[in-house]
Design a protein around this ligand. Structure first.
Ligand code: IMP
Ligand code: MG
Length: 335
């Protein structure tokens, strides 16, 4: 039997997927955690036992001794990967025989990083992701299985998930980036090079029939990093950025801010087949004492957090998300 829960980001990344993954790993008995897209452009900030860790490649399962896999939908920078393993070990995390890379995952080479070095015309994270995916699809790429330093970590996703060898599999698929950055559904060309949706998880040897819960993660306001103009010219967004500590975990760049867009949220929920929704960072708006969303192209203001939550819950109810499956969390809630 194979069961899967999937975590997807409903906006532009940085919505607290790492935190949700960490939380679910603690609550549920997963046999595997699988990172299913992206490379070290992602940055997951995780507080574990009071210590702060930032991982780029390695998924949250590793903190709980769960087998953690970098899937075939990802691209991998071996240097960064080995460095992260070392940092986890130095932080007291037992990673022995817990971290794996799919043999058919494509490699980010030094040349890819050099090519991506300026961030190009869209403002990438400069980690070589775009060039690595380009070479994958041009059929000129290198896969993990051809690097000797990765040999101890290699895994075949079919052997692991689908050939019946492993019984009672319970896999948590952890996405990177988000719907608004998805190569197909994002605001092209201001997108990343991978599939950030539920469909992207299935590309990693997961049969669709295995999917149980899809956890959609959003922030109570939106942020975006990159070169397109995103933030309205209003001083409140600088305050929001400072209170919300909206500076990139990977590049340190200031994230542009805006109110949450209800139409984008609805589209992301529907296309991803979300069953459970999590909204993070509610305390940022509480500190601003302003509660707003954009709905139908207009700013809608609320008098309180409670009023805003009711509005969101009602909108989600209309598209089939049960009230009991909607969660609100605060930035200060460290897990
Ligand atoms: P790339 O993924 O480095 O090619 O960058 C493409 C776009 O996605 C840029 O606008 C990046 O800032 C954005 N991006 C990539 N990864 C993340 C992430 O993990 N969080 C937020 N934005 C990201
Ligand atoms: Mg991030």
């Amino acid at each position: 039997m194979i069961k899967t829960d999937i975590i997807v980001d409903l906006q532009y990344g940085d919505c607290a997927k790492g935190k949700v993954a960490h939380h679910l790993c603690k609550k549920k008995k997963y046999t595997h955690v699988l990172r299913y897209n992206g490379g070290c452009n992602a940055g997951h900030t995780i507080y574990h036992d009071g210590k702060k860790f930032v991982t780029h490649h390695i998924p949250a399962g590793v903190f709980f001794g769960v087998k953690s896999i970098i899937g075939s939908g990802c691209v991998l920078d071996p240097e960064q990967f080995l460095k992260e393993i070392k940092e986890l070990e130095d932080g007291g995390i037992d990673v022995k025989e817990k971290i794996f890379v799919a043999r058919n995952t494509h490699i980010i080479t030094p040349k890819h990083k050099e090519e991506d070095g300026s961030g190009g015309k869209i403002g990438t994270t400069k980690r070589g992701n775009g060039p690595a995916y380009r070479d994958k699809y041009a059929r000129t790429g290198i896969r993990a299985e051809s690097l000797s330093e990765l040999k101890p970590y290699l895994i075949d996703l079919y052997d692991e998930f689908s050939d019946g060898k492993n019984k009672n599999l319970n896999i948590l698929c952890e996405g990177a980036q988000g719907f608004g950055l998805d190569i197909d559904w994002g605001d092209y060309p201001y997108v990343t090079s991978s599939h950030c949706t539920t469909a992207g998880a299935l590309l990693n040897g997961i049969p669709y029939s295995a999917v149980k819960n899809v956890w959609g993660v959003a922030k109570i306001y939106e942020t975006y990093v990159g070169l397109k103009k995103f933030e309205p010219n209003e001083p409140i967004f600088q305050k929001m950025r400072d209170i919300g500590e909206e500076y990139g975990a990977t590049t340190g760049r200031p994230r542009q801010c805006n109110w949450m867009n209800m139409q984008m949220l609805e589209k992301a929920i529907k296309i991803n087949g979300v069953t459970h929704a999590v909204f993070s960072k509610l305390d940022v708006l509480e500190k601003l004492k302003v509660w707003k969303v954009i709905d139908g192209g207009k700013d809608i203001s609320f008098k309180s957090e409670k009023e805003m939550k009711n509005y969101i819950s009602k909108a989600l109810g209309k598209i089939g998300i049960k009230a009991g499956n909607i969660f609100f969390s605060a930035q200060k809630d460290r897990i």
